[in-house]
Design a binder for this molecule. Structure first.
Ligand SMILES: Cc1cc2nc3c(=O)[nH]c(=O)nc-3n(C[C@H](O)[C@H](O)[C@H](O)COP(=O)(O)OP(=O)(O)OC[C@H]3O[C@@H](n4cnc5c(N)ncnc54)[C@H](O)[C@@H]3O)c2cc1C
Length: 506
């Protein structure tokens, strides 16, 4: 239904006060609203469900997402509720012998959050909603379903259906679809999720374990013809996951089968089945995440295999990239440059980062016949004893390897452009920083006269991290990415570089 169908209905949001409409109050919609709030931008979320869903789904908050939460000042709440893990040591469920070690502490030099937090998605969502409500900057309307959207040059018009079926028209400057895999916003943009579905069926069950098996080491792996695994995501709550034959995938899973999997992975004994699901897995994305003033974030824009636990994390990182750009567009930045850069950067992060990693993990972990998986597993274990390889794996698993090479916001040729700022403290604030090394008076004057509020000017505390002993100026964006870098800068190059990197006219 297009908004035309409800022309004449009350416009429930005044345009100037709430410039961003978000469809969907899942982890990505809530994160986007929180990021916008931190940038001083009000938003409204329409969520079709009556309340947050009770399902755990994603159970790990990865390192890069922890940095995002730290930049929004909410990381402590997550650390207090979840289990912070610095080294993941998968063990064989048959022997309890450690198979490999994935040691996040080796990242301590480049991140203030060198680890991951094990936490069920329902708690992540509750914490995000709680922190969002504290800001007073977002109205979350449950029981409101987006049923259509149109746009013109100045804004968007959205049709929403309320609890009793009444429809209303809402206008704003931008609409973001964070409304999941079956996104109505994506449909309104005329887009589909393109890609492939793996020839694999996966089951997932969450079980309650109340005896001494709850103290077993995890993750636990059974490397059979159809591999299975188990992970404890909260005291007393375990997730078992594995692949199914096509015959098993038809119909509902028999209790006896689930009991067998629990016995294999966690051991014999009583358990309570809390939730289970069977599903197919995909590698799909929309060909663009932006059309005019409509944007896609999270599962609305891309769907991935759960191998590697990247789906929710990638969506929250979309929100982190997008929120400051919407805010800067609203403050007079170039709308097209900023929003095109969101599309270019996050497309690259999804297709060259998330999809590649989940592809390897899915093919190795779920699809490869046992006869091949065992020798390749042995090679992998050997390779992990080499520091360089182990570091690459850990950076990919933590999502710290995300960098952007293609973006209309990048000008110039420095190899630092699009990379993470090499000073970790700059990764966990959500405002831009201009880093200067041995600045001339001309550069200092330009740095303090950028005409953009909130740009903090600091001295590089260690030029070696920037691999440049010469005088330099680097603009670090709110998302911690190096947006411009000039050696031997002039006042003019600092002015133009910093403004351009933030989407402002030079
Ligand atoms: C079984 C399972 C296990 C998973 N495990 C992991 C994991 O271990 N790690 C990981 O990172 N990811 C995992 N994922 C993926 C992760 O859950 C998703 O990537 C994540 O939920 C995406 O968040 P989202 O906010 O984009 O979408 P969703 O969580 O789907 O939220 C979308 C919201 O939009 C609402 N909505 C939909 N249509 C409308 C509409 N028209 N109007 C208003 N509201 C609407 C929905 O009600 C929903 O609340 C798993 C997913 C599943 C299904």
């Amino acid at each position: 239904m297009s908004p035309r169908a409800c022309r004449g209905a009350a416009v429930i949001v005044p345009d100037s006060q709430t410039p961003v409409i978000i469809a969907g109050g899942g982890p990505v919609g809530l994160s986007l609203a929180l990021g916008l709030a931190r940038q001083g931008v009000r938003s409204i979320i329409f969520e079709q469900a009556a309340e947050l869903p009770p399902f755990p789904r994603a159970i790990v908050v990865l390192t890069r997402t922890l940095e995002v939460f730290q930049s929004w000042d909410v990381a402590d709440a997550f650390r207090a509720r979840g289990e912070f893990v610095q080294t993941v040591r998968p063990v064989s469920a048959l022997t309890n012998k450690q198979l490999i070690a994935i040691d996040f502490s080796q990242l301590a030099d480049e991140t203030p959050s060198a680890g991951v937090i094990v936490l069920p998605q329902e708690t992540t969502e509750k914490l995000l909603l709680q922190e969002l409500r504290r800001t007073g900057m977002c109205e979350v309307r449950f029981n409101y379903k987006l049923i259509g959207a149109t746009q013109d040059e100045s804004g968007v018009a959205v049709a929403v259906a309320g609890e009793n079926g009444e429809t209303q028209e809402v206008r704003a400057r931008f609409l973001v679809g964070a409304d999941g895999a079956h996104s109505a916003v994506r449909a309104a943009m005329g887009l589909a999720l393109e890609g492939m579905t793996y020839p694999a069926h996966v089951f997932l069950a969450d079980v309650g374990i109340a005896d001494e098996r709850d103290n077993l080491p995890w993750p636990r792996v059974v490397a059979g013809e159809r591999p299975r695994g188990a992970i404890r995501f909260e005291p007393g709550r375990w997730r078992v996951i594995g692949s199914l034959s096509p015959e098993q995938a038809e119909g509902t899973l028999p209790q006896a089968f689930l009991g067998e999997v629990v016995r294999e992975t966690i051991g014999s004994g009583p358990y309570t089945l809390l939730w289970h699901s069977t599903f197919t897995i995909h590698r799909r994305h929309a060909k663009t995440f932006r059309k005019g003033r409509m944007l896609l974030a999270g599962d609305a824009g891309h769907l991935n295999s759960p191998a590697g636990g990247q789906g929710m994390n990638a969506g929250i990182q979309d929100a982190h990239n997008l929120a400051w750009k919407l805010a800067f567009a609203l403050r007079g930045g170039n709308v097209d440059l900023l929003l095109d850069s969101y599309d270019a950067e996050r497309h690259q992060a999804i297709t060259e980062g998330v999809e590649r990693l989940t592809e390897v993990l899915t093919r190795f972990g779920l699809l490869m016949p046992k006869a091949m998986r065992n020798p390749i597993g042995a090679i992998l274990r050997r390779a992990l004893s080499f520091r360089v390889f182990a570091n690459r794996l850990v950076r990919a698993a933590s999502m710290l390897n995300t960098g952007y090479w293609r973006s209309p916001l990048f000008l110039g040729k420095s190899s630092l452009l699009g990379k993470r700022a090499p000073q970790p403290e700059l990764l966990v604030k959500y405002t831009p920083t201009l880093v200067l090394h041995r600045p001339s008076p001309d550069v200092l004057a330009a740095a303090h006269d950028l005409g953009i509020p909130d740009v903090e000017v600091v001295r590089a505390h260690d030029w070696r991290r920037w691999r440049c002993a010469l005088p330099f100026a680097a603009l670090v964006r709110p998302d911690g990415v190096v947006g411009s870098f000039h050696r031997n800068p002039s006042g003019e190059s600092v002015h133009n570089g910093a403004r351009g990197a933030l989407g402002f006219p030079t």
